[in-house]
Design a protein around this ligand. Structure first.
Ligand SMILES: Cc1ncc(COP(=O)(O)O)c(C=O)c1O
Length: 405
């Protein structure tokens, strides 16, 4: 998300300067709002009086005791102390409409009662044992999650984040194919760990460490991409990369179906089908990173890859899956999953009873409250209003039939 702002704010500035301006409390003064913001509708929730540490003190202490890579928004960062559904409250009880959702993570609303209740009840009973022991919650969650998947995507692994999910997916791809080369898109974000930093295709997030055997192919960005919406031209570039830049055999291909961190960029229509065919012919598996685009967020489909009419071999997810719980997952076919039985593959917290109970509650709430339809509704409204801006600005911005809300 920060990168989308970087992208928007910094097209002509060097990234270091843009980052400094965006994250620094000494950034250029904010422009005065041109008019008073509209009043928010009434909401039946009284935030608790807050008596904890004030924002200014937290900010100072944070700089002293936390790593310097942390950044914040606004000249004066907000101290958010409570959340209720679509609203957040600061230390003074001021209410904000949350359009950010903790980086598109709060998929059902802050402190949703069903999810809080599932987490609290499970916490009171049993918080942790590891998967060495049996527990019903992980099985129920895996059944519910895989029932949302098409094709033979029937086996789930649970981890703690999107980065871990992509690490595991890359490992599976390499073991299953027997190849090393991964193909990823430019402008992609797949994590910042030693392994996934190589998959990520944004220099603002990359440190100069060995990036692994990764080929970054052209981003099939229908708006700013070299070939516009010409999916076949981008796919040909994938083929040529494999032919000329690898042994001809690859481990896999990973792509978000809507790039989130890179700036809410969709892929040229029909691109994934062509790219998947090419990668599979070269011995690779196809990974869909649904960390941001999954769980109905596009409005039209539950999974982003469905907007491209493909079925991946591996799907990675996080963020919206847990409504704020540290939860990630990899779903794949039984055949691909079997490669991880050659050695011990273990994750201490992955699928723990509390996160599994919470994750299951999230899936139920998404269905019960028709959250996908809600995304379609709210998204359509937003797009319509944005279209009025289109008349004043560039004409290609809102062409997409899909939402990414
Ligand atoms: C598409 C995508 N994949 C992977 C990740 C990494 O997830 P996490 O921050 O949970 O490790 C992110 C995080 O923003 C993401 O947007």
């Amino acid at each position: 998300m920060a990168a989308s702002l970087l992208r928007a704010a910094g097209r002509r500035r060097c990234p270091a300067e843009v980052l400094r301006r965006l994250v620094s409390s000494e950034a250029a003064p904010e422009r005065a709002p041109s008019r008073t913001p509209p009043e928010m509708p009434p909401f039946d929730h009284q935030p608790r009086p807050y008596a904890g540490m004030g924002g200014a003190e937290i900010f100072e202490k944070r700089k002293a005791v936390l790593g310097p890579s942390l950044f914040h928004y606004y000249q004066k960062p907000l101290n958010i102390v409570e959340g209720k559904m679509q609203y957040l409250y600061d230390e003074h009880g001021k209410r904000y409409l949350d359009c950010f959702g903790g980086i598109v993570t709060v998929s059902c609303g802050h402190c949703h009662p069903d999810i809080v209740s599932a987490v609290v009840e499970q916490t009171k009973l049993l918080q942790h044992t590891t998967t060495i022991y049996l527990h019903h919650a992980i099985v129920e969650f895996a059944e519910a999650l895989t029932s949302k998947m098409p094709g033979n995507l029937k086996v789930a692994y649970f981890v703690n984040s999107g980065t871990e999910a992509n690490e595991l997916a890359m490992l599976m791809a390499r073991l299953y194919s027997g190849n090393l080369s991964m193909v990823a898109l430019r402008n992609a974000y797949h994590g910042g760990s030693a392994g996934t930093i190589g998959l990520t295709g944004l220099q603002t997030w990359k440190y100069p460490i060995p990036q692994g055997e990764i080929h970054h192919v052209m981003n099939p960005d229908p708006y700013r991409g070299t070939f516009g919406s010409d999916a076949a031209a981008y796919a040909k570039e994938v083929e040529e990369h494999i032919t000329y830049g690898s042994s001809g055999r690859v481990a896999g291909f990973i792509a978000e179906t809507f790039q989130g961190v890179g700036g809410a960029v969709e892929l040229a229509p029909g691109y994934l089908k062509l790219a998947y065919d090419i990668v599979r012919k070269a011995g690779g598996v196809c990974i869909a990173d649904e960390v941001q685009s999954g769980f109905g967020r596009t409005g039209s489909h539950y999974w982003g890859f469905q907007t491209q009419g493909v079925i991946p071999d591996i799907v990675t997810m996080a963020k919206g899956i847990g409504n704020g719980l540290p939860l990630g997952a990899v779903v794949t076919t039984p055949e691909i999953a079997s490669v991880l039985s050659q050695k011990i593959q273990f994750n201490t917290f992955g699928g723990n009873p509390v996160c599994s109970a919470g994750g299951l509650a999230v899936l139920k709430v998404l269905d019960k409250e028709k959250r996908q339809a809600h995304c379609a509704d709210v998204g359509a409204h937003l797009v319509e209003r944005l279209k009025s801006l289109q008349e004043k600005h560039e004409s290609k911005i809102f062409k997409s039939p899909f939402l990414f809300i």
